[in-house]
Design a binder for this molecule. Structure first.
Ligand code: GLA
Length: 376
C-alpha cells in the first residue's frame, strides 16, 4: 500500500456569464462549484511520476525527463488523461521550476466533458501538488496561467484562462468577476436566497473538436480587421458595441456574427456585475437569457437538447435565468432559481427533459465553493 502524505482538492466551475470571451480578453463571471478532483500524493526520490486514475481503473508511470515525447517509462504513448498532469509538469519545468517525482492517485466527481472544467481541475490539482512538494511557490494567477499553457501547448486545446483561474481561486458563496485584460479579479457575493442549479444534458461534448479552435480563430480574424481601422485595439474586448456597429460592414458575415457575440457578451458581463451588486437578480437572469440566445444564434455553440433545457427552465416558476455554460455543443446548463423553489424546479426540469429526449439528465443544486486547497 502506498502511503500518501497530502490531499489536494481542486473544484470544477460553472460560468454564470461571459461565455466564449476569455480568449478575447473579455471579462468573465464564473464560480467554482462543489464538485472537485481529489488528489492524494507523496514525493518520490527518483524522477518518476506514478499516477492512478481511480475512476478509470488505469495508471501510468512517466519520467520527468521524457515529457517532450509524451511517453511512459515503457516508451508507450501516454493515455489521454495523463496529458494533463504531464503537460503541467512540462510547463513548470519549462519555466525553470524544478520538480520532484511523485506517487499519486486521484478521483473526481466532476462529470467529464460536460462543460464544468473537469480537465482544468486535474491540471490545477497537480500544479498545487508540485507547488506543495517544491521549494518554490506560485501565486494562484501564475499557477492558473501555467495550467492554461499546459492545455494549449501540450494537450492542444486553445482554451482561455477562465477555467483554470476559477478552479485555482474560487471563493465560497461568491461569483468571481475576472477582468482578464487587467488580470484583476474580485469576488462578488451571491444572493443567499438564490440557488445555482446545474442541469447536465448528458450529451458528451469535446472541446478538442475543431469547433472550439475554429471559433477562436474567427474572433482573431475579426480582431485583425478591426485593427485596420482601430489600430489601438489589442483584443476584441477593446471593441465597444458602438465601434462594432460602425465597422461591422468590414467583416465577412460569419465573422461578424461571431464578433457580435463577443462584443455584446463583454458588455453583458459588466451589466450583470452591476445587477448582482445591486441585488437585482431579475436583471441578471435576463442577461443570462440574452447570452443563451447569442450563443445559440450568433456563436452557434448550442444544440437542440440544451435549448430545450433552457426553454423549459425559463418557463418554470422561480427561474430567473438559464443558459448553456462552458464551451458548448452539449454539456450543462446553469440556472438561477429562487432557493425556495429550487427543489420543485429541479424535479420538474428533469421530468420534462427525460420525457422529451433519449438522455437522462442530472439536475443538482450547486454552490459557489472554495478554490483548490490542501486538506489538513
Ligand atoms: C472552455 C474553455 C474556456 C472558455 C469556455 C467558453 O471552458 O476552456 O477557456 O473559453 O470554454 O467560455
Amino acid at each position: 500500500m502506498t502511503e500518501y502524505q497530502y490531499t489536494v482538492t481542486a473544484p470544477g466551475r460553472v460560468n454564470l456569464l461571459g461565455e466564449h470571451v476569455d480568449y478575447c480578453n473579455g471579462p468573465v463571471l464564473p464560480a467554482a462549484i462543489d464538485r472537485a478532483v481529489s488528489l492524494r500524493f507523496a514525493p518520490r526520490e527518483d524522477e518518476r511520476v506514478l499516477i492512478s486514475a481511480l475512476d478509470l481503473h488505469e495508471s501510468v508511470c512517466f519520467s520527468l525527463r521524457e515529457l517532450e515525447a509524451k511517453i511512459d517509462i515503457h516508451r508507450q504513448p501516454l493515455p489521454g488523461w495523463a496529458a494533463y498532469p504531464a503537460g503541467v509538469a512540462h510547463v513548470l519545468q519549462h519555466h525553470n521550476l524544478p520538480l520532484r517525482g511523485m506517487n499519486a492517485e486521484f478521483t473526481s466527481d466532476i462529470p467529464i466533458g460536460a462543460g464544468l472544467s473537469s480537465s482544468a481541475a486535474v491540471e490545477v490539482a497537480f500544479a498545487v501538488a508540485w507547488d506543495t512538494l517544491s521549494p518554490w511557490s506560485l501565486d494562484r494567477m501564475t499557477l492558473a496561467r501555467y495550467c492554461q499553457e499546459a492545455e494549449n501547448r501540450y494537450v492542444g486545446v486553445n482554451c482561455g484562462l477562465m477555467d483554470q483561474f476559477a478552479s485555482a481561486n474560487g471563493v465560497a458563496d461568491h461569483a468571481l468577476y475576472f477582468q482578464i485584460h487587467k488580470l484583476h479579479w474580485e469576488p462578488i457575493p451571491m444572493p443567499p436566497d438564490i440557488a445555482i442549479i446545474i442541469a447536465d444534458s448528458r450529451m458528451p461534448h469535446s472541446l478538442q473538436t475543431s469547433e472550439y479552435n475554429e471559433r477562436r480563430a474567427a474572433t482573431e480574424e475579426a480582431l485583425h480587421i478591426f485593427q485596420t481601422v482601430m489600430p489601438a485595439v489589442s483584443a476584441l474586448v477593446d471593441v465597444s458595441p458602438a465601434d462594432f456597429e460602425a465597422h461591422k460592414h468590414l467583416l465577412p458575415a460569419k465573422i461578424a456574427q461571431r464578433a457580435q457575440h463577443v462584443v455584446y457578451e463583454c458588455d453583458r458581463v459588466n451589466q450583470a456585475v452591476q445587477a448582482l451588486r445591486a441585488g437585482d437578480v431579475a436583471a441578471f437572469g435576463k442577461l443570462m437569457i440574452a447570452t443563451h440566445a447569442s450563443l445559440r444564434d450568433l456563436y452557434e455553440v448550442s444544440v437542440p437538447e440544451i435549448d430545450f433545457l433552457v426553454d423549459t427552465a425559463i418557463s418554470l416558476p422561480g427561474c430567473y435565468g438559464a443558459r448553456i455554460t462552458g464551451g458548448g455543443f452539449g454539456g450543462c446548463t446553469v440556472n438561477l432559481v429562487a432557493a425556495e423553489q429550487a427543489e420543485t424546479f429541479a424535479k420538474e426540469l428533469k421530468r420534462r427533459y427525460d420525457q422529451h429526449t433519449p438522455y437522462e439528465t442530472e439536475v443538482y443544486v450547486s454552490r459557489a465553493s472554495q478554490g483548490a486547497h490542501l486538506l489538513a
